[in-house]
Design a binder for this molecule. Structure first.
Ligand SMILES: N[C@@H](CCC(=O)N[C@@H](CS)C(=O)NCC(=O)O)C(=O)O
Length: 245
């Protein structure tokens, strides 16, 4: 059994898709970013970064008891290796998968994530930040377009790299990126969306709570802001000074 600790966002959808692709049995453990339920010391023992997704594998290969894994890219790789699924054993395709997976977690996700932050949450103005991240978001979708004109999938065969990129590329149009200018990305999105795992995972984790995050501008109470972007979020990461410091 895999416990998926989650909130209803794209980074979490990746793991739900993977769980449906592999058929691994799983249980959902839901958090609320707005209420700050992920900012507890208990959850920090599962993910030292206090972010979602994280999993706890109750039945890991070493049989040494429950094993937690954090960071969506690492979780995808862990589940792929656990099940020998969605990462090719072919030397070159495996390397392609690792490159596009790393590109997603280090580039596509952070850049589109910051563009989304400026669009939905940041105060008006901030034009330098808005322009910088909108241009980076567009550049990343251009990079996908270039790759997907060469191949149907990022690593030639459908893999964890496609799962990782899917939720982010799905949100590109909402950031004002023209999908008509990216026909290969659009066709790839349709191919991935047609997989039964995507509908099943979406139904499993995208619920009413998600609507709050999908608004063009997200209104929050001061407490909710503190939990997501302010003092409570930063306080959760602090460590007590070492004795003698
Ligand atoms: N690099 C991380 C990103 C995780 C992340 O930022 N998750 C968001 C939801 S998509 C979160 O937990 N936000 C809560 C917060 O920032 O306090 C991953 O890919 O797992």
């Amino acid at each position: 059994m895999i416990n998926l600790h989650y909130v209803p966002t794209g980074n979490n959808l990746k793991i739900a898709i993977m769980l449906h692709e592999t058929g691994l049995p799983y249980q959902l453990v839901k958090y609320s970013m707005l209420a700050g339920s992920h900012l507890t010391p208990e959850f920090r023992r599962i993910n030292p970064n206090n972010k979602l997704p994280a999993i706890v594998d109750m039945d890991p290969a070493d049989a040494k008891g429950p094993l937690s894994v954090f960071e969506s890219g690492a979780i995808l790789l862990y589940l792929a290796e656990k099940t020998s699924n969605l990462i090719s054993s072919d030397f070159r395709k495996r390397l392609l998968t690792l490159q596009w997976l790393t590109w997603q977690v280090a580039g596509l996700g952070p850049m589109l994530g910051q563009a989304t932050h400026f669009q939905r949450y940041a105060p008006e103005g901030q034009d330098y930040g808005r322009t910088r991240y909108n241009r980076e978001a567009l550049r990343h979708i251009d990079v996908m377009e270039y790759r997907l004109r060469e191949a149907d999938y990022l690593a030639e065969e459908f893999s964890i790299a496609d799962i990782a990129c899917f939720p982010w590329a799905s949100g590109a149009a909402g950031l004002g990126i023209s999908m008509d200018d990216h026909p290969a990305v659009s066709a790839w999105l349709e191919r991935v969306k047609a997989r039964p795992s995507v509908a099943a995972a979406t139904a499993a984790i995208y619920d009413e709570d998600r609507k709050r995050f999908m608004a063009e501008r997200v209104e929050m109470t001061p407490d909710e802001w503190s939990n997501m972007f302010g003092d409570r979020m930063y306080a959760a990461a602090r460590v007590a000074p070492r004795a003698g410091n």
